[in-house]
Design a protein around this ligand. Structure first.
Ligand SMILES: C[S@@+](CC[C@H](N)C(=O)[O-])C[C@H]1O[C@@H](n2cnc3c(N)ncnc32)[C@H](O)[C@@H]1O
Length: 246
């Protein structure tokens, strides 16, 4: 499965980083309220590095991880003071850190063949182990109920030098969301066509709260980050490791 190859990574960066920008003030507030005013934040599924840049401009150390090397290429330019690694956060070793974030449905994606609820539960345990006492894990998910009825949703989206045709299907039984993304990016006078198929596992907030509890976290689900509200059938989750941040 292609995962944000060159053109879609570019389109994400120019047209779809509004989510990270709008989430940032609420995320920073959660970090500060948890006593985390510095130290290392691991951003899992960092994309093109918009949130990593915000963090490093505020004095946090950042390690961004993304499975797409095109996203990492953009992120290194966006946030030159942060460190980045290409690979799956389900596999890459996590360093000791103060916070872990995964913003924009990252934990839902099935790009890694090992993805799924068991792999995610294992990831939660690894995050818990990596966090210092009092550390925090913040992420958001897309839940079942995205496509009502059996007809796929079709939409088109456009920017000054790109366009996207999007077809979304939901397999309610298998709890899988499929996004077929046909993209056109302007290269010189012509538009280059590419196509990616993204599969996402759909989880409910409540089932992940159970897994987080099993991993040792105290977790709560919210409908947004601060004043920024998520779309319906999405949840933001804040999970804390017991202890005091030092
Ligand atoms: C919707 S994008 C969000 C990117 C970024 N967090 C933002 O808000 O702009 C989801 C990101 O998660 C990454 N991703 C998905 N599964 C991953 C995995 N197992 N390991 C690392 N990155 C992953 C994708 O490559 C993509 O960059």
């Amino acid at each position: 499965m292609k995962a944000y190859a060159q053109d879609l990574a570019y389109i994400h960066d120019t047209g779809f980083t509004g989510f990270a920008r709008k989430a940032a003030p609420g995320l920073l507030r959660i970090l500060r309220q948890s006593g985390i005013r510095g130290g290392l934040v691991v951003d899992a599924g960092c994309g093109s590095g918009v949130w990593a840049r915000d963090l490093s401009e505020r004095g946090y150390g950042v390690l961004g991880i993304d499975i797409s090397d095109s996203m990492i290429w953009l992120a290194r330019r966006q946030a030159p003071d942060a460190k980045f690694r290409t690979g799956s956060f389900l596999e890459i070793q996590l360093p000791p850190c103060d916070a872990v974030t995964a913003i924009g449905e990252c934990v839902n994606y099935a790009f890694d063949r090992k993805s799924g609820k068991r792999a995610l539960a294992r990831f939660f345990r690894r995050v818990h182990h990596a966090l210092r006492p009092g550390g925090i894990f913040i992420f958001d998910i897309v839940e079942p109920g995205q496509v009502l009825g059996s007809t796929p949703q079709r939409r088109f989206l456009e920017g000054p030098d790109w366009a996207i045709l999007l077809e979304v299907r939901e397999d309610r039984k298998r709890k899988i969301l499929t996004r077929r993304i046909v993209s056109f990016r302007q290269v010189g006078k012509l538009f280059r066509r590419s196509e990616e198929m993204h599969r996402l596992h759909l989880y409910s907030g409540s089932e992940l709260l159970v897994e987080l509890d099993r991993a040792g976290f105290q977790a709560q689900s919210f409908n947004g980050y601060g004043r920024f509200r998520l779309a319906p059938a999405h949840a933001a989750i804040v999970a804390r490791k017991a202890g005091q941040i030092s």
